[in-house]
Write a protein that binds this ligand. Structure first.
Ligand code: NAP
Ligand code: MG
Length: 469
């Protein structure tokens, strides 16, 4: 049982202003795995005041001082990496190989990237008679989701620390454990009091208090579109900057070439990773209509080949995060059936033998781009395959979406794939499994307005000043 009842405020582990606790459920077995405290606006006031005091000195530190701290955090992170991964698995149900693999690797990668960017970053440059300075924006509120908990927290915290900001993190109630350990790591590394603060609790309480707070300079939010809109409204009165990283319905275009079937299989298996709970998941798979049968067979085999089970066992996919997420995914599968999509693999209900825990069958539909299952973010292991007739049609289908977060092109002709990528109205396109910690990540359209990762992630936390003459 993990009982994480204290908050980290002003360099100390403190009790909430008003005691109130909530259970945390392990999605793999539906059992209570621990408890957290739920904070109140009074805790937010204390943390914001601490962050404001700390900003006076942290905002003035040298690059060297900030690098020293980031490196101390890195040493501590590496020491506790396994614990972080186990916490991720317990809180949100990722298979242990993923929790202790890509989940913690992403956190580690953003930390290393912040160090690399900071070493080279120009906070001041001369252009003609003007000095352009980049200065930390100040006190930042960070509100994060449960799906990639280490990624979402680390991609915010480390650039903010690197640029001289101070912060208050509000982790998700569904995945609060890894954030608690991360706070312990940041504390153990000797972070000055008030620079980093963490309060657990409800988004509607802590998130709202941060968004409306007159002494918070910016909010960095990752999560759903609905909440993102609410945060912007709450932040409007105090004219703070709001960085939004929202949902997606990304297209994965498989080109018509000899590797088509193989690429369909990889895209299908890739979509099922993390139980499909990835904002940039390639959840619309676009395949050449002329080769639909081949693509269907390949996707079916790939989906049926995804083993599902206990995250602590040797399975490719664990449960989804919660009962309500499970039910919402089931509703979408029903919706797909109702609107006439052809079920290729998976479907309603739990996989055989998995009655306890929020397990979903890896599901593939053949549908069209106007169906609800192709337009809304399902956030589960449900893939919609859509046929296209020629590259122009593929691009048109890909762009016909309210979202624009990710995109994928698979094919042996990389230059052709890049040309297609240039035509896609979306924030990032990964070609043939490309990956880069320095590549900016963020959304067009309803997928948000921010850019995280690498040097672009620094810009979120910086004000720009001109000194002319
Ligand atoms: P969510 O419901 O929007 O919650 C995200 C965070 O916001 C949680 O910490 C939540 O607190 C908090 N929150 C809830 N209501 C709030 C309010 N009124 N004011 C301020 N904060 C509030 O999203 P989710 O269900 O956790 O995550 C799934 C969504 O995140 C998906 O749409 C996914 O696509 C998106 N996502 C986007 C990216 C990206 O980089 N673009 C990355 C990952 C996920 P609670 O603890 O109370 O829930
Ligand atoms: Mg939610």
């Amino acid at each position: 049982m993990r009982d994480y009842l204290k908050f980290y405020i002003d360099g100390k582990w403190v009790d909430p202003a008003t005691p109130k606790t909530a259970e945390v459920i392990n999605p793999a077995n539906e059992q209570v795995s621990g408890h957290i405290s739920l904070g109140s606006p009074a805790d937010v006031d204390t943390a914001v005041a601490a962050a404001r005091r700390a900003f006076a000195s942290w905002g003035e530190t040298s690059v060297k001082e900030r690098l020293d701290l980031l490196e101390a955090i890195q040493a501590e992170y590496l020491r506790r990496e396994r614990e972080l991964g186990e916490a991720v698995t317990e809180e949100m149900g990722a298979p242990i190989s993923l929790g202790c693999g890509f989940h913690t690797l992403l956190g580690k990668g953003h930390l290393q990237t912040a160090i690399e960017v900071l070493r080279e970053f120009k906070f001041e440059e001369q252009r003609g008679v003007t000095i352009i300075r980049k200065e930390p924006i100040g006190v930042c509120g960070m509100i994060t989701p449960w799906n990639w908990p280490m990624n979402q927290t680390c991609v915010k915290i480390f650039p903010a620390l690197a640029t001289g900001c101070t912060m208050i993190l509000k982790p998700p109630q569904l995945a609060p454990y890894s954030a608690q350990i991360l706070a312990e790591i940041i504390d153990a590394a000797g972070t000055p009091a008030g620079v980093f603060n963490m309060i657990q609790g409800q988004g509607s309480v802590i998130g709202t208090a941060l968004s409306r707070h007159p002494d918070v300079d910016m909010i960095s939010f990752t999560g759903s579109e609905t909440v993102g809109i609410q945060i912007q409204k709450d932040a409007a009165e105090t004219v703070k900057r709001v960085g939004l990283e929202l949902g997606g319905k990304s297209a994965w275009i498989v080109l018509d070439d000899p590797a088509m079937a193989e690429n369909v299989a990889a895209a299908t298996a890739g979509m099922m990773g993390n139980s499909g709970q990835t904002c940039s998941a390639g959840s619309r798979l676009l395949v050449p209509s002329a080769r639909l049968n081949e693509a269907i067979e390949s996707a079916r085999a790939a989906a049926e080949g995804v083993s599902v089970g206990d995250p602590n066992g040797n399975f490719a996919m664990g449960p989804v995060v919660s009962k309500s997420q499970y039910e919402s995914i089931q509703d979408y599968i029903q919706k797909g059936l109702d609107e006439g999509a052809q079920l290729i693999a998976g479907g309603l209900g739990k996989p055989e033998g998995l009655d306890k825990g929020y397990y979903v069958k890896p599901t593939v539909f053949l549908g069209n781009n106007q169906m609800v299952i192709a337009r809304e973010e399902i956030f589960g292991p449900v893939l919609v395959m859509i046929g296209y007739d020629g590259v122009d049609d593929a691009v048109e289908i890909a762009n016909d979406s309210p979202f624009g977060l990710g995109g994928y092109v698979s094919g042996s002709d990389v230059e052709a794939a890049r040309d297609i990528a240039r035509r896609m109205r979306t924030g990032a396109i990964w070609i043939n499994g490309g990956f880069d910690f320095h590549a900016p990540f963020g959304g067009y359209k309803h997928s948000g307005n921010g850019r995280e990762w690498g040097e672009h992630g620094f810009a979120e936390y910086l004000e720009i000043k001109a000194i002319v003459g």
